[in-house]
Unconditional design. Structure first.
Length: 361
């Protein structure tokens, strides 16, 4: 067993046992108990288990299966209902860019040795093809029969989904944000200082513009619009169809994790742990709703009425819309993957490969 799902301030038997036999899980010391808070966890644990040594990049969840790349260089297929491992496949390098999915095929971007992209069948993990590429550290985009990847050396390229053959490549510059759909046969690619519209057909640059700051996390997508924070403390909303900036506001410090959108409202957290709510009407304005004392290390999520923030201390905190804390979920540190919201609850990912399936009471 791993650390249990707990109301604030509690310890699990598993967490205590891990101090005696840490080799069963990891050499990391669990975080100290969090202070008592009012309010109880409105969820119950369906199952929990450990897979690999921690997760990297994006995780794919279908109606019945979780596909996740781990730091132990394996990709895992896990049954959502029971947590049963269906299969796992070892790769030559860590899946820093995570997993992408289309049809019945998984696409896996690796950062070592030298970088590669692989296609494997989702039912059993059988390899279909592999292609040597640059090292891949940002999530892949699969669209229009192409796998789009932005390599560590700054080259954006497209491979055919059915055989891995190169279709085109374009040297744009180093990127930390994943490429996204751009509509009208284009995609949007983002380097540290420039935003591009790129033709999916041949990789030509359709449009470019200077970014209002360095974008170092993935875009939040809402309809035809994209929202991101920058290292200069600017949060902005952009039309993906023409790169027109709809609004931009300043917050107190660097924004290093992806925002979350709820209706017309945007929530964003800065590097020091300050949480802002941006209400767009009549004029966008950033309102500070919480000042945290720990760094948020995973993209934000919205579950029911709560804003979920995963921290370096291994705790997911649920905030009300006004910033008050409602409840906490103690996992293993650090939280690097955002909770994945499901119709009846969510999946929570700890820092040592632990997955916890939570369902509403």
């Amino acid at each position: 067993m791993l650390r249990r799902v707990l109301p604030a301030g509690a310890w699990s038997v598993a967490a205590l046992a891990s101090l005696v036999n840490a080799g069963c899980f990891a050499t990391r010391v669990p975080p100290p108990p969090v202070p008592e808070q009012e309010g109880s966890l409105p969820l119950e644990l369906a199952w929990e288990d450990k897979f690999g040594s921690g997760f990297s990049g994006s995780v794919v969840v279908t109606d019945s299966v979780i596909y996740a790349g781990a730091l132990d260089r394996r990709v895992y297929a896990i049954e959502i209902t029971t947590g049963r491992k269906l299969w796992n496949k070892r790769l030559p390098g860590a899946l820093v860019g995570g997993v992408a999915y289309a049809g019945d095929t998984l696409f896996l971007g690796s950062d070592r040795p030298g970088g590669s992209i692989r296609a494997v069948s989702s039912p059993e993990g059988k390899e279909i093809w592999q292609e040597r590429t640059d090292r891949i550290s940002v999530p892949l985009l699969v669209t229009d029969g192409k796998v789009i990847a932005h390599g560590n050396r700054g080259v954006l390229f497209a491979l055919r989904t059915w055989d891995g053959a190169f279709e085109w490549q374009r040297d744009l510059g180093v990127a930390l944000a994943a490429p996204v759909h751009g509509e009208d046969g284009n995609l949007v690619a983002t380097t540290l200082d420039t935003i591009y519209r790129i033709s999916l057909a041949d990789g030509r640059v359709v449009q470019r513009m200077s970014a209002p700051g360095s974008v170092t996390s993935n875009w939040a997508e809402t309809g035809s619009f994209l929202i991101a924070g920058t290292t200069s403390g600017t949060v902005f909303k952009m039309d993906r169809r023409d790169l027109n900036i709809v609004w931009q506001v300043r917050v107190g410090s660097e924004v290093l994790v992806s925002p979350v959108v709820s209706g017309d409202t945007v929530f964003v957290v800065t590097r020091p742990g300050n949480v802002y709510r941006i209400d767009p009407d009549p004029m966008p304005e950033a309102t500070l709703i919480a000042e945290l004392e720990w760094p948020v290390t995973a993209p934000l999520s919205r579950f029911d009425r709560w804003l979920l923030l995963g921290g370096a201390d291994g705790v997911i905190r649920a905030l009300e819309i006004d910033g008050t804390e409602a409840w906490r979920l103690a996992l293993w540190r650090p939280i690097a993957v955002a909770p994945i919201i499901m119709p009846d609850g969510f999946l929570a990912f700890g820092g040592i490969g632990d997955i916890h399936r939570l369902v509403s009471q």
